[in-house]
Design a protein around this ligand. Structure first.
Ligand code: M6P
Ligand code: ZN
Length: 189
């Protein structure tokens, strides 16, 4: 099979490498550094200091070669490193689906959460290995590492769902997730 398959894709097996936190065969790999998360953390001064002090990797997304095309079900493993910006945990950019479609996540490693926002209400799901998080159509979703180790999860989503990042710029996310005394603390956006 070619590395970045075109339709139609033949049936094939994909290995989940729990040590390497990757899929095989491997498709596109995306690395997001702190600079890619501009305007997302509440403390923009602390964010800028982190960018200037080496622009650390915040998360990687390792996909299988299933293409992002209508009727396909692409998968990816996202690994968010542990850390926080002025107490606000490392997180993904977060997005709404352009076409209102669902998605599912399976926790693989570490502890984190799935923050969802439909423009009015916020939902938070604690995620750990073997937790399945379901994202219904119409809910923007962002993942957060709330632990001291990398937090990793498998995502499966409709190939034509799209990543609507502008929606998040316009609507925010309802809540922000900060380090708390005992548990993560959700504070108003
Ligand atoms: C999951 C899926 C991907 C997404 C990734 C990172 O793996 O939802 O589609 O790209 O998380 O999230 P974001 O695109 O919001 O940075
Ligand atoms: Zn999605």
């Amino acid at each position: 099979m070619s590395q970045f398959a075109e339709q139609p894709v033949e049936p094939f097996a994909i290995s989940l490498d729990r040590e390497g936190l990757s899929l095989w065969p491997e498709g596109p790999v995306l690395t997001r550094r702190m600079s890619a998360l501009e305007h997302l953390f509440a403390d923009t001064v602390a964010w800028r200091i982190a960018v200037d002090a080496g622009d650390p990797i915040v998360y990687t997304v390792r996909s299988s070669p299933v293409p992002e095309l209508r009727a396909e079900l692409p998968q990816s493993v996202t690994t968010i490193l542990p850390g926080a910006i002025a107490g606000e945990f490392y997180m993904t950019k977060g997005h709404q689906h352009q076409n209102l479609e669902g998605e599912m996540y399976l926790g693989i490693e570490g502890t984190g959460g799935l923050l969802m926002f439909n423009g009015r209400n916020v939902r938070w799901l604690d995620m750990k290995p073997d937790t399945i998080g379901y994202i219904p159509p119409g809910w923007a979703h962002r993942s957060v590492n709330t632990g001291a180790e990398p937090y990793s999860f498998l995502a499966v989503y409709p190939g034509d769902a799209g990543h609507h990042y502008e929606w998040v710029r316009e609507h925010g996310f309802g809540s922000r997730v900060f380090r708390g005394d005992k548990a993560p603390q959700l504070l108003p956006y």
